[in-house]
Design a protein around this ligand. Structure first.
Ligand code: ZN
Length: 77
């Protein structure tokens, strides 16, 4: 049996640090899958284009919560 405790759940992310926003080159946090291809955005540009992307996307993978985790990790150093 595998025991799991609530505070050690690690989510696996699809977007990696090397994935970059198509608009500005920052780390991509949102992956938008559309019928014509994929787009990647940082949090800022995803928010900016969100309305337009709704029409394009059939799937949106939003990993913006990573930023919060990174900040928590960074502040513990
Ligand atoms: Zn961007």
């Amino acid at each position: 049996m595998i025991e799991k405790t609530a505070d050690v759940i690690e989510k696996e992310y699809i977007l990696k640090v090397i994935d970059r926003c198509d608009s500005c080159g920052s780390q991509a946090l949102v992956l938008v899958k559309g019928f014509n291809g994929k787009l990647m955005f940082c949090g800022h540009h995803y928010a900016k284009h969100e309305k337009a992307l709704e029409k394009f996307a059939y799937e949106t993978i939003d990993e913006r919560e990573k930023i919060i985790q990174n900040k928590l990790i960074g502040s513990s150093n």
